[in-house]
Design a protein around this ligand. Structure first.
Ligand code: GDG
Length: 464
């Protein structure tokens, strides 16, 4: 069995419980065969220090964690700049929020080249390399330039926008052609695969072969949808633990006269948080019977505070939340609890179980794991209802959720009302079907199906 090498921008210690589903799932695989996890150390060294690119290696059980530092200039250009101020907005269809600063792409190339140079001496001939996410798209091309012959797979956690939108990205041809250095490219949804395919045919002039394969300029790659799942068993265990139970009981006590609605996201403009608040406001206006009974808890954990667009979003949201509480609240009832803090992971299942409605309404999302976590947290006898944006990758799988268009405020308010008044039997039926699909396609299924496809001969067809 070949050794697995995972490369991602940030690492998590797979043995720590706070690490969460993805880190645990990847850590399991790495631990089984003895693996290597490579990425940024999280440390920014001053520009004049020799820290730039310094390698740190440590063991976590059978997993070797190898990390490199970034200089302050590279951190600003590669991470805050090209990754989070260019690729993130463009791939989430937000050209208006992209900052096409020419220095960013240089830093992005430089860091990918530096990562390749540091990783190369650590590789063995029979390694299988799995690169994650938009920070590292050109990494395989840089590794190939250094003579790397091992199999390299790539998984993109965020959406792929339509080709004409991608084409607005300066250097898009360079970036997208660099995908051809991978043996396999995994995307979250069929919609992403369709956009990727059209881009390769229209913009690159690639030839389409059988089984998700594309060829251009003498290189060939394969593309498929591998929707990421959660670690269902781990999440269920977390839900049965005392801290989740206590959170659940405390919320039921405190809101005994209310039906709870819940949103949990990083505070990110892709998550449609202001749109959700407006829909909640519309709910209170259009269906006044919810006054004094429906309460929205919105946890928006801090994220990328140092990127400009995120500060604007926070201000907008604080204004909106304050206005609703001012307009509708009373001495003994506040319609909205907005929490701009991280809630401990151990409490999340208890929070979800106390909610009658889970609001997962991104404007665009690669997958959205909160949607799956919400469903898994529910009591199967008396489950809450998931209201899910049709623009989340998860919507392709979770058809029994109430699917909404987050730009349609009134439609969303109507869907919330449907969720709040849904009869028990219908809730149970929808929940059972969603659970079955989430269980079948959990994070272990995702990891196995991607790695099996990567190991398979190129001509083998990918799962539809
Ligand atoms: C990217 C893609 C794709 C959130 N707030 C708190 C908290 N969370 C946890 C959730 C969930 C995770 O963070 C967020 O995962 P998502 O999938 O919703 O979103 P992104 O962070 O944007 O992730 C996304 C994902 O990669 C995987 O491929 O699904 O589309 O954008 O697990 O529970 N956890 C705690 N406190 C919080 O306040 N403990």
């Amino acid at each position: 069995m070949s050794r697995l090498v995972v490369v991602s921008n940030r690492l998590a210690d797979p043995r720590k419980p706070a690490a969460g589903g993805l880190a645990v799932a990847l850590g399991d695989t790495l631990a089984r065969t003895g693996g290597l996890w490579f990425g940024w150390s999280g440390t920014v060294a001053p520009d004049d220090a020799a820290g730039d690119g310094q390698l740190h290696v440590r063991q976590a059980g059978r997993v070797t964690l190898a990390t490199v530092d970034l200089s302050a200039e590279d951190f600003a250009g590669y991470y805050q700049g090209y990754a989070n101020s260019v690729l993130w907005p463009v791939f989430h269809y937000r050209l208006d929020l992209a900052d096409f600063n020419a220095a960013y792409v240089d830093a992005y190339r430089r860091v990918n080249r530096m990562f390749a140079a540091r990783l190369m001496p650590l590789l063995r001939d029979d390694d299988t390399i799995w690169v994650h996410d938009y920070h590292l798209i050109p990494l395989a091309a840089e590794l190939r330039a250094l003579g790397c012959r091992q199999r390299i797979g790539f998984f993109l956690h965020i959406p792929v926008p339509p080709p004409l939108l991608l084409a607005a990205l300066p250097h898009h041809a360079w970036l997208m052609r660099s995908f051809f250095a991978y043996d396999l490219i995994g995307l979250q949804s069929q919609a992403d695969v369709a956009h990727f395919r059209r881009y390769m045919l229209n913009e690159v002039g690639a030839e389409e072969l059988e089984g998700g394969r594309f060829a251009a300029n003498g290189h060939e790659t394969r593309v498929g949808a591998f929707p990421i799942g959660i670690d269902v068993q781990e999440f269920e265990r977390l839900g049965q633990a005392p801290e989740a139970q206590r959170t659940h009981e405390r919320l039921l006590q405190e809101y005994s006269r209310c039906q709870l609605l819940l949103g949990i996201d990083r505070l990110d403009y892709s998550k449609g948080i202001p749109q959700r608040v407006r829909a909640f406001q519309q709910l209170l206006e259009k269906y006044p019977e919810n006054e004094r009974s429906a309460t929205l808890i919105m946890i928006a954990s801090p994220s990328r505070d140092d990127v400009h667009a995120y500060g604007d979003l926070r201000q907008e949201l604080e204004g909106l939340c304050g206005a609703i509480n001012g307009d509708f609240g009373d001495l003994d009832w506040m319609p909205l609890r907005y929490i701009h803090r991280v809630v401990a992971r151990r409490r999340v299942p208890g929070l979800c179980r106390a909610a009658r409605v889970g609001l997962v309404t991104p404007l665009r999302d690669g997958m959205n794991l909160v949607a799956k976590e919400f469903v898994v947290s529910q009591d199967a006898q008396d489950p809450g209802v998931l209201v899910l944006s049709r623009f989340a990758g998860a919507a392709e799988q979770l058809q029994e959720a109430l699917l909404v268009n987050p730009y349609d405020t009134e439609g969303m308010a109507d869907a919330i009302q449907t969720a709040l008044t849904m009869p028990l039997e219908e809730r149970q039926q929808r929940h059972a079907r969603l659970m079955q699909r989430i269980r079948e396609h959990d994070v272990h299924w995702w990891r196995r199906s991607f790695l099996d496809a990567l190991a398979a001969p190129a001509a083998q067809l990918l799962p539809a």
